[in-house]
Design a protein around this ligand. Structure first.
Ligand code: CMC
Length: 429
């Protein structure tokens, strides 16, 4: 017999609400019939206790600091897998065989080119446009270039759009960066792997061969794996909400990019580096901590805290280790790393952060790696978007094969004026 919970309203009317059970994790109360049966809504700003969908892609246990893609712990994927394989896993649900991986790699690699007319589109931007603004617009514009992959009822078209997005995002991101610094756009070199190809598009100049240290593509690949999905975060939920209207995939992912841009979400990695620069030296860390604790200052420690993790973000632990490796391999000594480590140490000992379970999140150390790879600060959130693309796509694909899918349409508690009569303008006092 299926489980349910009973709820009794003020008029002593009891309604039995069924429980929804997943593989692991908390059960959820299915409140779909609540309003019909009781006339009541639920109220949960920020979705503190609300599951918005069923999903088989990613599992997080925020108290235990656990993250799994399709059941595989993030630590194992970070150690043994690569970003394209993780993209395949998120989208298809299983790890690929050698032949399946080769076919997927081939498909992605052969959709990396950007239409030449995209260049004119890019030329419309002022040279100092933020790359997130350019990326968001470029991705949305793909719907105007690829009419053969916007019929969302056709699984083949949905898949083609998925491949195109994973393939073209790095090309467009690098083009946006090069446009902003006035360099000629570099087209993708398909003999290179996904991350090395991106680094070439970013940094290769026509006049010189680009020598890349081995650790550069390795670190980028790791960061992309760790950012690839994070269940129903703000940008993924945005992709799903837009997707629920039947909008085309390019519009949905452009909406996800827009949501990611905010400093409470993906924009935090850019904000962390700016914060570390402002703090400047380890001896100023105490002042920053005091300011973050002062609610009137409007200042928060960027890269700290998480809606779901009330423990060390498992991604932050992996990135922290990689930061040391990248700096050592590149022979870079970054004084901001000392500031970051001092800040982390001080916050983890401070009762304000301990009581609120505020730990470093994925954005705390990632900026230091990007900086060591010469990726400019304005590109940090773009890097997050590149990593998150397979996750957004996996959720968009999943929602289109969900039998009980409905347009997302939250309700509200109205707090405006009660009914009143219109007063003509010459009689208003
Ligand atoms: N610095 C100082 N105080 C903080 C911080 C912080 N970074 N984060 C939360 N708090 C305090 C907050 O003031 C509140 O205190 P009180 O209980 O006294 O009112 C308490 O901790 C709970 O905070 P909240 O804002 O209710 O928590 P939330 O779950 O709504 O917000 C968050 C989560 C990530 C938006 C927030 O922790 C934050 O603003 N962090 C800084 C921005 C950041 O690093 N964002 C990246 C998140 S991870 C990557 C991603 O999702 O993109």
């Amino acid at each position: 017999m299926s489980e349910s919970v009973s709820l009794t309203d003020a008029a002593n009317h009891t309604v039995a609400l069924p429980l929804v059970t997943g593989t692991i994790g908390p059960k959820a109360i299915d409140i779909g019939r609540l309003h019909k049966e009781t006339g009541l809504f639920t109220y949960d700003p920020g979705f503190m206790s609300t599951a918005s969908c069923r999903s088989a892609i990613t599992y997080i246990d925020g108290d235990a600091g656990v993250l799994m893609y399709r059941g595989y712990p993030i630590e194992q994927l970070a150690k043994h897998s690569n970003f394209l394989e993780v993209a395949y896993l998120l989208i298809h649900g299983e790890l690929p065989t050698k032949a399946e991986f080769a076919a997927f790699d081939h498909e992605v690699t052969h959709h990396t080119m950007m239409r030449e007319s995209m260049r004119s589109f890019l030329n419309g931007f002022h040279y100092d446009a933020h790359p997130m603004a350019m990326l968001c617009a470029m991705v949305g514009s793909l719907a105007a270039f690829y009419h053969d992959s916007t019929d969302i009822d056709d699984p083949k078209q949905r898949y083609l759009a998925a491949i195109r997005l994973i393939a073209k995002m790095p090309t467009m991101a690098a083009a946006a960066y090069r446009y902003s610094i006035g360099w000629p756009i570099r087209f993708p070199r398909n003999n290179l792997d996904y991350c090395t190809r991106f680094l070439h598009m970013m940094f290769e100049v026509p006049s010189e061969r680009l020598e890349l240290p081995e650790v550069a593509a390795k670190a980028l690949d790791l960061l992309f794996i760790l950012h690839a999905d994070h269940e129903q975060n703000a940008s993924t939920s945005t992709v799903r909400l837009v997707g629920s209207t039947g909008a085309n995939p390019y519009a949905c992912i452009a909406a996800g990019i827009a949501a990611l841009w905010g400093p409470a979400h993906g924009g935090a990695n850019e904000a962390v580096l700016k914060m570390l620069e402002e703090i400047g030296t380890p001896d100023q860390v105490g002042r920053a901590i005091d300011k973050a604790k002062d609610k009137n200052s409007g200042f928060r420690l960027m890269g700290f805290g998480h809606r779901v993790y009330k423990n060390y973000d498992p991604r932050a632990a992996i990135i922290r280790e990689m930061t040391h490796r990248v700096l050592a391999d590149l022979g870079v000594s970054d004084p901001l790393l000392d500031v970051a480590m001092k800040l982390e140490e001080a916050a983890l000992k401070d009762p304000y952060f301990v009581e609120r379970k505020l730990y470093p999140n994925v954005d705390f150390y990632s900026g230091l790696i990007y900086k060591a790879l010469n990726i400019p600060t304005e590109m940090f959130t773009v890097m997050f978007a590149l990593g998150r693309t397979p996750g957004w796509i996996a959720h968009w694909l999943e929602q289109h094969v969900t039998p009980d899918a409905k347009i997302g349409r939250p309700r509200q508690v109205y707090t405006g004026a009660a009914t009143r009569d219109y007063v003509p303008i010459d009689r208003r006092g």
